[in-house]
Every structure is written in structure tokens, then in C-alpha cells.
Write a protein of this length. Structure first.
Lengths: 226, 226, 226, 226
DNA sequence: CATGAATGAGGCTTCATTCAT
DNA sequence: GATGAATGAAGCCTCATTCAT
């Protein structure tokens, strides 16, 4: 095993540990010591691989987006032979699974958006935001951030073109409707606690309805306005 | 003006300031000093009215829920003459407005759920959670937490009974679908920044579609499964 | 009732309250708010009469010494007809009662001695000590501090002269032996708690033995050295 | 030198520094920053070894009692061949030396007794007391607190049995008389300041008399009541 | 490279004191 | 005079980060 490989394994171990800890405590309440102990190493070593807490967080964000992109390509590959609506729903489904696997993923992307925003707006950038933007991973994410969105909207367009999707709204709008539903679903479930069923509603039924609603949306020509 | 009234006014001023600061920085990055200066008073005075940061946060949560409940009652009063579907959608709409007015409100409730959860589960309660549960407002919230949900599900039931809502799913499920969509919508918009339109989609169009989708949902007998 | 009289009554109420609170919590852990509430008045009023916490403490010290002096004169008056040994022991006894009535009295005098000492030594005077020395009562105490000691040593001398006291040691030494026993007795009892008997020894027996030991001491010509 | 050894050395250095500072300023006026600088380290390091000020104080208390116990065993070992009265007086003497070496030791034990008392009584436990009781050392002290008393009373009993001690009072009572004298002696001397002689009485003479008085006490059959 | 002790800036909170009413 | 809200200096403690071994 090369030195580089060993380094990468260790980096991955840290990332895995960080994922657990950030997911349980959130960014602010996560202690580097806890990440280290979760990874079975010392604090110093964590700092050897990730020089700030913010950098570690951004590395995790980068990885999450990479995973999502990989998954999306895989789904697209599987769905190539089917109509666009199936590919689109499969993408949404895989995104939902992705977020359910670890609610942190949804937060990571939301946080990235927030950080990214303050770069543009002239907002009073606080220390935290500035530190996040300093991360090398911040730049790396900027290069790939649009890929998931791009893949999904392209698939919707394919569905519109092959006639399987009837809704003629902007693909981006359709994506936002799906994305926000997913985020809300994940947020509520995560806040309620994984074991707990919210309002006595079965989570599986809920998820199924959510997806059914999305299909419905793609099949409808237009919505009546409220 | 009585002494008690003056006290309440000051408490409200602090709460207003806290709302701004928590909304901008989140709980962890909010400094009591900042809340004080935002309220135009000194740090000590903030502590005179709210003895911990956590208590201030919970007071805000309590107020948010109270506001929501007040708004709900008002909406229900206005919708009394109309069929249940209109009342239900009006409630959802008012909830959406409520969260859009200040995205912090959505977070407050989500955070409350998380805190509340650790009370039930035997989770490894951290310092923050424990402090939040110590707040007098935590107890007060427990007494009213179920009212919004109850009001909305009752209105859905009225709609089912008067025949305006055709979907025969559990009202709770319908509520969750609406609730999660709303949270996702608010979260995404707040992350993107108020001035920024996400993916070049007009927010008003997005919101309209969201509500249309909800009406659709209530009018459909049942969804096809994916 | 004159204005001046009313003032004095109020000052005395505050002093009484302060006595209770200082006795229960010690100087550092006593809050002016607590003194005020104990006196049934507001914090501002306490400050109207005693402009610093240290001043209040020194006022209490002054009063304690005054009380002790008054008591000593009274005892001396009662004992005038009896031999000096009886007068001396009666003084010691009254001192013991004085300290037992409120253990704070012993502390007040000890603290005064400490504060007084740092005036002489070139010690690194801390803020607290400096503030105590600033009190107007500090000066007043300086004028009367030696009276109790003087009264007791004079009475011992009278006993030596009238032949009732056989111990020819310095009266000051005899006083110190009595004084330190008393302080130790009070300290231990106060630490143990008033209701609690220490090591299952009856406090009354202990006190009796203590006084017997002192009489013994005055009656003995000289001690064997250890 | 092992890691564990180094840690213990550092812990001891901090304890030594804390001893000086607490002795000079008392608990309330001691600043952790001062302890740190006295130890030649930073505040953070102090907290690395002792997580609260109260814990540090209790650690010191524990050490003081341990030292006393060690000293007592040593004295008992030396006195094994001599009659019980000599052993008893030697113990008292060593206790006196122990307290004179650092008056803080007497305070530590007194404070411990006070803290311990509020555990039993249903007293309105204040923050400080609660924090002291939370210390891990508080528990450790509870396990050894009775040893010094036990050793001394046993030695007195030995003296009674071998006929060297004639006083037939409870050994516990005799111990209390000795203990309180010692505490009073130390308190007065510490308040007066080490360099200062109180009332122009030579401290060595005073101490000698104190010990002579104790021997006297053990040799007397019974005291006349006052 | 790994460790874990050491650092110190930063933030929460307390409470003596002040001051407007 | 009395009140109690307002102030802010001061001190405890946390924890990201550094660094000697």
C-alpha cells in the first residue's frame, strides 16, 4: 500500500467519524476531540489531515455532493432505456434515499448554499462563514455544485421531449418542488427522531405518498391556481 | 403605564432584538452582547429579563408558537362559512406566510422537536439540550405544542365531512405532506437568500405551485403508487 | 419620632438582616439583594444607608465589638464585689456566649484583624481589603478595638493582685489561651451545624469542660513543659 | 518517566500553586488565572487537570487530609513504645504543626465540614456548596474523613488503658478540646499575621502553654465545674 | 506521523453599584 | 427617601488550535 493510499484511508476514517458527530450534534456543538475519539485517533492527528473544523465540514460537504453525483450517474445509467419521467422520479427517489441515509447531507447542502450566498450579497460575513469560505474544499465544491441540478433538469427535459412528462413548467421549478419536499421530509423526520413516528403516521406510507405526489405533478398539464 | 406593562414592553423589545440576531446568526453564533446592542440596552439588562441564552431562545419559540396559534384561530374564524378544503388551504397558506416572514420560526419549531425528542429517548443529552429543557418556557411550550397540529387536522376532517376534501387518507398524513413542503420551501429560500431567486425560478410562481399542489392533493381520491 | 431616629431604626433593620445573611453565606457569597429582601426593603435603600458591601460588613463588625464592650462593662459591674478570677471567668463566659449567639461575630473580629494586619505589613493588598479599609467604620473600630482585650487583661491583673489567680503568666497570654479556645469551639460547632452534635459529644458538656479548663489554668501556678 | 508520572507531577505543581493562592486570598477571591500564573502555566492547563475551581479546592482538601493521615501514622509508629499519653500529645502536636505550616489546612477541613453538613440537613444549598459536593474529591474525602479522629481517639483510649491518661472523660471530648484549641490558635495567629506577635505574647510561649494545658487536661481526674 | 498536553481568545453569567422615576 | 431597572467590570469555563516530544 502506498503512502498516499494510507493517507487517504486515514482521511476517510476521519470523515466517517466527523459525519457521525456532526449529524448528532450539529456544527457548533461538535467538538474536535469527539471527532477524534470517534475515529479512534488523537486530536492532533485530525488536525494533521484537516487543519480547521470548518475545513473538515466542507470536506464532508464535498464528499456528500460527490456521492450524490456518483449515485445520480448510476441511476441515469440504469434508467437510460426508460422514459424520462421514470428517470426523473428515480433521481428524486435516489436523492430522497441519499438524504434519509443521513439527514446531515441535507444540512450540508443547505449550509453550503448559505455560505455561498454571503459571498455574493454584501452581508456582514461572520467569522464562521469566512472560515468556511477559506476552505480549499469550498472552491472544489463550487466546481461541482451545479451538477446534480443539471442532471436532474436535463432528465426532466428528456421526459418532456419524449412525451412522458406532461407538465410544461420550467424543469427547474419542478426540481425545486421535489427538492423542497424532500428537504422538508428529511428535516421533520430527523427532528422527530428516527425511531419515533410523527403523529402516528407510518413513515413508509408518508414517503410513498410523497413520491406519488411527485409523479402526479409531472403528469398533470397544469395546476389550478389557488 | 403600570410597572408590569413597562416590564412586558421591555421583554418584548428584547425578544424582537433576539429574533433578529438569532435569525441572522443561529443559536450558537449569537452573542448575548449582540442581542443587547440590537435592543439598544446593556448585556446586564438582557439577563435581568431572561436569565440564560437558552431561556431567551425558548421564550422566542414559545412566542412563535403562540403567534401561529393566534393566526390559526383568526384564519379559522374567517373561513368558518367556507368549505373545509378552503379552511385547510388557508391554514397552510397562513403557515407558509408565517414561516416566510421569518425563517427562524421554522427552525425554532424544528429545534423544539429535537429537544423534546431527547426527553423521550434515552439519548445522550448534551449540555445545550439540558439547558433548553431547563427553561421555564420549555414547559409552557409543552402545553401548547399540539394546538396548531390539532387545529389543522380538525379543519381537514371538517373538509372530509362536508365533502370538499376527497382524499381519504389520514388527516395527519395530509398535514405532514403540507408541513414538510412548507418547511422545505422555507429552508431552501432562506438558504438561497431572500433577494436571490433560486435557479432563476420566480419565488411567487414557486409558492403558487406549491399551494396548487396541495389543493390537488386534497382533491384527489387516492394516489397511484410509484 | 425624629427623622434621625427613623434613620437609625432603618439602619438597624438593615444591620440585622445583614447579620443573618452574612452568617449564613459568608461575605463573598452574600448578595446585597438578599440583604435587602431579608430586611424587607429594596436594594437601593440598602445602598442609601451603606454605600458599599464592605462598609456594611465593617458596620456590622463595629456593632459587634460595641455589643461585646457593653456586655463586658455590664459583667464587670456585676462582678465588682467578687474576686478577680470570678470576674475574669465571667468575662470569658460572656465572650463565649457572645460568639455562640452568632458565629459570625467571631469571624468579624478575625477578619478585622486580617484587614488591620495588611495595613501594617507591606502585603499585596487586594481589592477587598482595600475596600474594607476605606470604610468609615474601619476608623471607628480602630478606636475601640483594644477595649475588650484591655478590660479582660485588667480583670486578670486584679485577680492576680487579690490573690485569686495564681498563674503568674502574662495576663495577655492567659487571655489568648481563653480567646483561642473560644474561637476554636465556636468554629467547630458552627461548621458542624447547630443541630448536629460533633462526635456524639454533648455540646453543653464540652462547653462546661472548656470553662473548667480555663479556671484550672488560672489556678495553676505554672505548667510543666511538654 | 512515564506519561502518568508526568501528569501527576503537573497536577501536584498546580496543587502547590493553588495552595499558595487559596491561602492568601481565600476561595472566593482566588482567580484561576492567578493559580495558573503562580504555577507558571496557562489557565487552560489548570482546567485540563482540574475541571472546576471547586474541584481544585476539594482536591486540596483531600490532599490535606491525606497528609495529615500520613503524618499521624508516622507519629503513631514513632510513639509505639511510649505510653498512650505521649502518643496522644504527639498526635496533637503534629496536628498543630500541620495547621501552623499552612493555616489553609484548618480552613479546608472546616469548610469541608460545612459542606458536608448541608448534605445532611435539608439546608438551602447554594450554588457553591452544590458545586463542591459535585467534585469527585468530595466522595474521596468522605471515605477518609474519619480516619484522623479515629486514630487520635484510639490513641487516647490506649493511654487510658495503660494508665498514662487519668482523665476518664470520653476520648472524643478530650479530642474536641484539643482540636478546638488548635483551631483557635491557628486562626488567631493567621489573622494576626505570621510575623506579628499578638498582644506582645511570644508565639512559642503561647504554643508551649497550649500543649502544657493539654497534658494537664489528660492528667487530671476530673474538672471542677465552674 | 501520532500524541495529548498547553494555550488563550472568546462568550456566558454574576452582582455590586448607579440612577431615573 | 424608596424603588428596582440598568449598567458593565470581572471571572469562570470552553474548545479550536498549536506544539513539543
Amino acid at each position: 500500500m502506498t503512502t498516499s493510499t494510507k493517507r487517504n484511508i486515514k482521511k476517510q476514517q476521519i470523515l466517517d467519524a466527523a459525519e457521525k458527530v456532526f449529524a448528532n450534534y450539529g456544527f457548533a456543538n461538535t467538538k474536535m476531540e469527539k471527532v477524534a475519539s470517534e475515529a479512534g485517533i488523537s486530536k492532533g492527528t485530525v488536525y494533521f489531515y484537516y487543519d480547521t473544523k470548518e475545513n473538515l465540514y466542507m470536506a464532508l460537504t464535498y464528499q456528500a455532493i460527490q456521492f450524490l453525483i456518483d449515485r445520480f450517474y448510476q441511476v441515469l445509467d440504469e434508467q437510460r432505456a426508460y422514459p424520462g419521467i421514470e428517470g426523473s422520479l428515480a433521481l428524486v427517489h435516489s436523492y430522497l434515499q441519499f438524504c434519509e441515509k443521513n439527514p446531515l447531507y441535507a444540512d450540508l447542502m443547505l449550509d453550503y448554499m448559505t455560505v455561498n450566498r454571503t459571498t455574493r450579497d454584501g452581508m456582514d460575513t461572520n467569522r464562521l462563514t469566512a472560515a468556511l469560505q477559506d476552505s480549499i474544499y469550498y472552491r472544489k465544491i463550487q466546481d461541482i455544485q451545479n451538477i446534480p441540478i443539471s442532471l436532474i433538469t436535463q432528465e426532466i427535459k428528456r421526459g418532456v421531449e419524449d412525451g412522458s412528462i406532461l407538465n410544461k413548467q420550467q424543469p427547474e421549478l419542478l426540481y425545486l418542488l421535489a427538492w423542497s419536499s424532500t428537504i422538508g421530509f428529511v428535516k421533520l423526520n430527523s427532528a422527530a427522531g428516527k425511531r419515533q413516528s410523527l403523529l402516528n403516521v407510518d413513515v413508509d406510507v408518508w414517503r410513498t405518498q410523497l413520491l406519488a405526489q411527485m409523479r402526479q405533478m409531472l403528469l398533470v398539464t397544469s395546476f389550478e391556481l389557488v
